[in-house]
Design a protein around this ligand. Structure first.
Ligand SMILES: *Cc1c(COP(=O)(O)O)cnc(C)c1O
Length: 339
């Protein structure tokens, strides 16, 4: 089976499982799970922040980050295709009762000029602009990455206007290895950062919210009310420690595989366009006369899984369990669809 539906489909390797099985654990609601504490300290110091919080999902870390920095009568500015707006079940309205101001960016990225147009003046009629939420890499934007200077500009504008800045970094490590930006360079530019351990890093579960001590103290309480207080969760945190130590640099292989696949797709007569992959997400559009559902069924019949991505679009995501030696088989399958 070649499963390109997402980078969440990976299964823990033997080495990761061994690290999990030998984890030292305790009750994390009492903050006495040594492995969770180790993971949280590791992530915080990596990004130049004081603290972090281990959570069950990226949706939860994003929603907690937004909750502690917005609220009723405030605005959250985000890109219209962002995960926090499109794929978290309207959580910003549901949990935070904040207004979401969406902007149409370039491949999911916002520019400072755009953001400036969306900030509300102080006015009795208007919500108060409290938070900007960026995504890096962008999911619907086909894994696009911000440059360090783009982020620096947005960050200093936000700081000088007393607007908080959140980063949905579900795939932040993909962006960092691709752009050769160090975590320590990017971390301090944001007030809160969410990272997923269960995507490219290959963990079975887990995300981290990274921020100041004060924010994380508040976030811990919000995690509890969301039902995310966990007990001997060091078994899962141990996978995170392992992943941060062993699975970051290898992400570059996934990017290379995505580029090779893009090259193959570009040659196919039933493919209209391929969005050039910057990282591990590859989005392409089928020509109008090809039904995406039929194409996906054809793939499935040949043991290849992918997802529809709206209209004529299909998404492939490369990951730890997709190896370069599977490309040849996949190429044959893709090539025989046109005939
Ligand atoms: C996957 C993802 C998340 C979090 O998803 P969970 O399934 O809740 O862990 C957040 N943001 C982006 C951009 C994602 O791709």
């Amino acid at each position: 089976m070649i499963d390109l539906r997402s980078d969440t489909v990976t299964k823990p390797t033997k080495e990761m499982l061994e690290a999990m099985m030998s984890a030292e654990v305790g009750d994390d609601v009492f903050e006495s799970d040594p492995t969770v504490n180790k993971l949280q300290e590791m992530a915080a110091s990596m990004f130049g922040h004081e603290a972090s919080l281990f959570c069950p999902s990226g949706t939860m870390t994003n929603q907690i980050g937004i909750f502690i920095q917005s609220g009723p009568l405030t605005d959250v500015i985000t890109e219209v295709n962002s995960h926090v707006y499109q794929y978290e079940v309207g959580g910003i309205a549901f949990h935070s009762r904040a207004n979401v101001k969406t902007l149409e960016g370039n491949r999911g990225k916002l520019s400072l000029a755009q953001i400036k147009t969306a900030v509300n003046p102080t006015d009795v009629h208007r919500t108060e602009t409290r938070l900007i939420s960026l995504e890096n890499t962008t999911n619907r934007g086909g894994g696009a990455c911000y440059s360090l200077s783009e982020i620096k500009e947005i960050s200093s504008f936000a700081r000088s206007n007393k607007i908080n800045l959140h980063l949905d970094g579900a795939r932040l490590f993909n962006a960092l290895v691709e752009t050769r930006i160090k975590p320590i360079e990017i971390g301090p530019l944001f007030d809160t950062i969410s990272i997923c351990l269960s995507k490219g890093l290959g963990c079975p579960v887990g995300s981290l919210l990274i921020s100041s001590k004060e924010n994380i103290q508040r976030a811990r309480k919000v995690r509890k009310v969301f039902g995310g207080g966990m007990r001997q969760v060091g078994y899962l945190a141990s996978a995170g420690v392992y992943a941060l130590q062993n699975n970051v640099e290898r992400l570059i292989e996934d990017h290379e595989n995505a580029r090779i696949l893009a090259g193959i797709l570009e040659e196919l007569d039933y493919v209209e366009t391929v969005i050039p992959p910057e990282t591990n997400i590859l989005i392409f559009h089928l020509k109008d006369k090809y039904e995406p559902q039929l194409f996906l069924e054809y793939l499935k019949f040949n043991n290849v899984l992918a997802v529809p991505f709206g209209g004529q679009s299909i998404r492939f995501v490369t990951h730890l369990d997709f190896k370069a030696d599977q490309i040849e088989d996949l190429e044959k399958i893709l090539k025989s669809f046109s005939r």
